[in-house]
Design a protein around this ligand. Structure first.
Ligand SMILES: *Cc1c(COP(=O)(O)O)cnc(C)c1O
Length: 448
């Protein structure tokens, strides 16, 4: 390949983006289009966010080239002294941030992190309790089509019919009766705080492991805008790319010792921490994504700063403001509101499906996802709800006043879902509205 020619075509900027333009104009063009989309639309997908320019720089670095199977001090490849230091740094930051005894930063994402928990704690066929997807749970908490539902015996728990919040009393009865070996607490579409202390009580009574999945809320927990499950749970898993604003990836926190070692793992010579590590590598994965670990280390450094605390608290303030503004406009919300970063708009009584409304909103530059609501009678591929989240718009610097405006945009579209003129007008207004804010990882890098 003729690098000098590529260099001549390129107009270098601070992050070498021009090299991409020279080598692969098509991918470069798609990247510019995606940047344009992210700058001019409202990212209200509750699981998405903007990683900082520093996180992106570390994630896109030469650490992508290194093979590092194993763990710090015990690698299967040479040349890993620096990677050992990097991974140890990420682990130390993670343990400190969450107050955890043990950590693992190698899971490729949230789902593989959960898979490792199954491997470490259970045998195939064991019983697992989790919240089903229509009630806010995740695929990996025992959903039928997922490995967690096919390889393990599903014992779902659910929501209280009136409050639409977890029915802890019924959960307790079910756990005592069914004697699962693992209970998941966490969700992907649950707008309320989890009562980890109560869950721990129930898990102890039933002699079962308790695992919290904080994929969505890990950033809120760091910011003390949501309770921390670490003191109450055997294991805690998370993604690294949602509210905590790191690169795409996952991590696991755990106690060192297994409180049921003698009950369930008599033949294992490993404690809980070691079994988690072994489940990730070598049982499920090969070489870790060292560049992702680098990006995570940076994100954890950012998350430890006082400004991240303000950020996390603002996410919740914004979600509450958005919820109130929608309620004021006559919309229904699952559970009637939110304690965290997300709200589930219940559109069951409206003429169109959740998917149809989400599509109309997207035409107007308001990016959401359709989502099931409790008791949904529509197919999961269309649903009767929309999930909204405030982490990304809060990263742009928006506050309560902007949430009131966003509710007005949403209302304009949903009350006239078939008016193309309204969609076009709101699309322009949304772009103007977004132009007043910085988009981390895009505008700060351009300015550099
Ligand atoms: C997003 C999410 C996951 C999975 O994360 P992926 O990185 O998409 O695999 C797991 N659990 C919960 C609760 C989630 O919200």
């Amino acid at each position: 390949m003729d690098n000098s020619a590529a260099g001549a075509i390129a107009q270098p900027d601070t992050c070498g983006r021009s090299r991409l333009a020279a080598v692969d104009p098509r991918v470069h063009e798609l990247l510019l289009k995606q940047e344009q989309q992210e700058r001019t639309t409202l990212k209200l997908i509750a699981s998405e966010n903007f990683a900082s320019a520093a996180v992106l720089e570390a994630t896109g670095s030469i650490f992508t080239n290194k093979y590092a199977e194993g763990y710090p001090g015990a690698r299967y490849y040479e040349g890993n002294a620096i990677v050992d230091e990097l991974e140890s740094l990420a682990l130390e930051r993670l343990r400190t941030l969450f107050g955890s005894e043990h950590a693992n930063v190698q899971p490729y994402s949230g789902s593989p992190a959960n898979q490792a928990v199954y491997r470490a704690l259970l045998r195939p066929g064991d019983r697992v309790m989790g919240l089903p997807i229509p009630e806010g749970g995740h695929l990996t908490h025992g959903w039928a089509v997922n490995f967690s539902g096919t390889d393990y015996k599903r014992v779902p728990y659910g929501l209280h019919e009136e409050t639409q919040q977890i029915d802890y009393d019924r959960l307790r009865e079910t756990a005592k009766r069914e004697r699962p070996k693992l209970i998941w607490v966490g969700g992907t579409a649950y707008p309320r705080a989890f009562d980890y202390a109560l869950m721990a009580e129930i898990a102890s009574e039933a002699n079962t492991y308790l695992a919290a999945d904080i994929a969505h809320i890990s950033g809120l927990i760091v910011a003390e805008a949501h309770p921390n499950p670490v003191p109450h749970c055997d294991v805690v898993t998370s993604t690294s790319h949602k509210s905590i604003r790191g690169p795409r990836g996952g991590f696991i926190l755990s106690k060192n010792e297994d409180r049921y070692q003698t009950l369930y793992h008599q033949q294992s010579k490993y404690n809980l921490a070691k079994r988690i590590d072994r489940a990730v590598f070598p049982e499920l994965q090969g070489g870790p994504h060292v560049n992702t670990i680098a990006g995570l280390a940076v994100a954890l450094q950012e998350a430890a700063s006082p400004s991240f605390r303000t950020y996390g608290q603002q996410i919740v303030k914004n979600a509450k403001a958005l919820a109130q503004a929608l309620l004021d406009r006559g919309y229904d919300l699952v559970t009637g509101g939110t304690d965290n970063h997300m709200l589930i708009l219940d559109l069951w009584t409206r003429p169109l499906s959740g998917k149809a409304y989400a599509g109309r909103l997207a035409k107007a530059g308001i990016i959401t996802n359709f989502n099931m609501v409790p008791g949904d009678t529509r197919d999961p591929s269309v649903t009767s709800g929309i999930r909204l989240g405030t982490p990304a718009v809060t990263s742009m610097g928006m506050r309560e006043g902007e949430m009131v405006q966003i509710a007005a945009f949403i209302d304009l579209i949903c009350s006239k879902p078939d008016d193309a003129d309204v969609q076009a007008r709101v699309r322009r207004d949304v772009a103007d509205f977004c132009a007043a804010f910085d988009v981390p990882g895009i505008s700060d890098r351009k300015a550099a």
